[in-house]
Ligand binder design. Structure first.
Ligand SMILES: [Zn+2]
Ligand SMILES: [Zn+2]
Length: 590
């Protein structure tokens, strides 16, 4: 195999021969110079070529044998001499559940993009299934050659405004943190709790500190003294900054900033220039990564975009490959002698097209193909994990009577491509004594149906959603995974909700009231816990969601999976006056 060895810390690229034995790098031998690779920006580096040797023992093309004799692997066809070898990419903060895939399936897709590890917060599944959900993620993740690192969820339930399926108290969190597989305490969303010295919150942080594991932050918009106090409480990362100024504030107080560019929130453009000045304090993450975008790319795309913006390639790779390993103390190899043989081969350092991915010396992706097959464990005999107990609803359950004309009619405004939401005062559309969806002004009814028991349905109205007929519903709704539905008429909403109840989870669409469009509706079924696709290969899964986007003006599905899925925590809690909005909404719903 030929390529160029990228030594990120020493900021050098040179030809070398890498010897891998037993899944580890046993030596790196510099090679004589030969033709020259071109660095981003047209700079020609010293001429190099590399040969990477691998032992037969770890070549995944052949079953493991007892042989430890190193041999030279054949060069991958068409890769030429100019390929580059570097440590693998790491997503430093991701909720695997948001991909609607179980971990093994997530890994199968991610390795194609050179991702070798994720720092994953299992709080979505923990909100639904508690510790059993966390166990499920660890166990399923361990069935594939991929490095999943999970944390102990810090905020289950995420909010007191919504009913979740489970609670993890400080004792549960402490027990999880004792375990070797658990690497950190996950995003401390309850920043008011930190600032006000909430006893349970402080106990959870102390439990992490006791075992020397880091505590992740989540404090959108927190600045100045409040930010300092939050950081001083022992919280060392934040992935929620949406302005450079906010990030600089936090960086200067010693925090690490994880630049987030996912399917929901996109902060890359606002923050990427910080990498010039803070290469040691920055990482990359997706936070929420929907299946369609995971098929397209992952951290490799962020590297390409950063380099295209003129950021030094070594700083970019430091953020993408090295900083997460050091911060979370991950046993991911960094291409040093004795390290696990975790590395990737990329075609160039501009587009970062991934040619091969190795984890523990095993070839897990070759070309555009994943070597991780849909494992038999996916079809295991274990019953799917779920927590779903409500019964079907009636159309009348969704009616909003117009009873309080003197109260302002508060509407949630979904902001395109962002997690935050606004509130607006609008004129309600009243028909037959009921407040109904106002398609003309794009103000639609939104409901939250408790999945865990038959509680009353919460109802409100939302602007800027784009659905023009029918309804859309989902049980993939951060953080509590109750059923959230938005629609034009109550019958469509009710049918969309009932489709999900019938199948104990998923995403559904109904085209309109039955007198206009029949009883039709479609559902993407996503067990376990009605959130992740267990058996269905991904592209089909998503196309069934995508093909129905013509139900709306096109924005609906994106907005649904962005702003609305994140509504309870991001829209209500993290907005500056989020608590106020939440209170007013509750009044409105009450
Ligand atoms: Zn967060
Ligand atoms: Zn998150």
């Amino acid at each position: 195999m030929k390529g160029n060895f990228v030594d990120i810390t020493r900021r050098e690229i040179y030809p070398a021969e890498i010897i891998v034995e037993g899944g580890k790098i046993v030596s790196i031998i510099k090679q004589p110079l030969s033709p020259s690779p071109t660095l981003p920006g047209g700079k020609s580096h010293q001429p190099h070529s590399i040969s990477l040797k691998q032992d037969a023992n770890n070549n995944t093309d052949t079953p493991k044998s007892g042989s430890a004799q190193p041999r030279e692997a054949p060069p991958p066809e068409g890769y030429g001499e100019a390929s580059f070898i570097l440590p693998g990419f790491i997503d430093a903060h991701v909720h695997i559940e948001s991909s609607m895939l179980i971990p093994s399936e997530f890994a199968r897709l991610a390795v194609v993009h050179g991702t070798v590890a994720t720092v994953s917060d299992p709080h979505e599944i923990a909100n639904v299934c508690g510790i059993a959900g966390v166990e499920f993620m660890i166990k399923n993740g361990s069935t594939v050659p991929f490095k999943f690192y999970f944390g102990a969820p810090s905020c289950v339930p995420a909010t007191t405004f919504e009913t979740a399926g489970a609670t993890l108290n400080s004792k549960d969190v402490e027990a999880l943190l004792q375990r070797d597989e658990i690497k950190y305490l996950t995003e401390m969303m309850n920043f008011p709790g930190v600032l006000n010295g909430d006893e349970e919150v402080l106990k959870k942080i102390a439990a992490a500190q006791k075992v020397h594991k880091p505590v992740d932050g989540h404090a959108p918009g927190l600045r100045g003294d409040a930010a300092k106090k939050y950081i001083d409480a022992g919280i060392s990362t934040d992935h929620e900054c949406f302005t450079k100024e906010e990030a600089i504030d936090k960086l200067q107080n010693g925090m690490k900033i994880i630049i987030r560019e996912g399917s929901a929130a996109k902060n890359f453009n606002a923050l990427i220039d910080l990498l010039h000045d803070y290469p040691e304090q920055i990482m990359f993450c997706s936070d929420d990564k929907h299946p369609d975008s995971l098929v397209e790319g992952h951290i490799n795309q962020l590297c390409a975009r950063a380099v295209a913006k003129g950021i030094d390639v070594f700083s970019v790779l430091r953020a993408a490959c090295i900083n997460p390993v050091l911060h979370y103390k991950l046993d991911v190899g960094l291409l040093k002698k004795g390290d696990a043989a975790d590395f990737i081969v990329v075609k160039d350092l501009e587009n970062f097209e991934v040619l091969q991915t190795y984890i523990n010396g095993e070839l897990v992706a070759d070309g555009r193909k994943s070597k991780i097959s849909l494992p038999s464990t996916v079809h295991s005999s274990e019953p799917p994990i779920n927590n779903f107990h409500c019964t079907k609803k009636k159309v009348e359950d969704f009616v909003v009577p117009f009873t309080t004309p003197h109260l302002p009619f508060i509407v949630i405004e979904a902001l395109d491509g962002q997690l935050i939401t606004n509130k607006l005062i609008a004129e309600p559309k009243v028909m037959g004594g009921k407040i109904v969806s106002d398609v003309e002004h794009d103000i639609l009814k939104i409901v939250v149906v408790n999945r865990y028991n038959d509680a009353p349905i919460a109802k409100a109205f939302i602007k800027n959603f784009g659905v023009t007929h029918g309804a859309i519903a989902s049980s993939v709704a951060h953080e509590s995974h109750n059923i959230v539905a938005v629609g034009v008429d109550d019958e469509s909403i009710c049918r969309a909700v009932n489709l999900i109840i019938e199948h104990q989870g998923g995403i559904s669409l109904t085209p309109g009231p039955s007198h206009q469009s029949g009883e039709g509706g479609s559902l993407a079924h996503l067990p376990p816990k009605g959130e992740m696709a267990e058996t269905q290969p991904l592209p089909n899964q998503d196309s069934s969601i995508k093909k129905d986007t013509d139900l709306s003006e096109g924005r609906a599905v994106d907005n649904f999976r962005g702003a609305i899925l994140a509504l309870p925590v991001a829209g209500l809690m993290s907005n500056e006056d989020g608590y106020k909005i939440a209170e007013e909404l509750l009044q409105l719903m009450g």
